[in-house]
Unconditional design. Sequence first.
Length: 90
Amino acid sequence: MWRTPLGDECGGIATSEADTGLRKDHAMHEFETHRIRHAELRRAADRERLARAAAGARRAARREETAPLGAPGAEPHTDRPRRHRLPRTA
């Protein structure tokens, strides 16, 4: 890879005669959009974290309900088998 000349090394930064006011506003708009999106993602992550914590608390409460005194609790078993009884054929 070659080194890209910087600023004064290449004779200055190219400028056009067009009005650049929109670029500044556009950059600010992109920055605000980024901040809004970042805040949304953080809120979504917080909601998911809270939902996982609530599910874990409910699971722990169920375990304590079903456990005999002094014994660690366990989830009640269902009639549904964990695996298929017969392996699938090719």
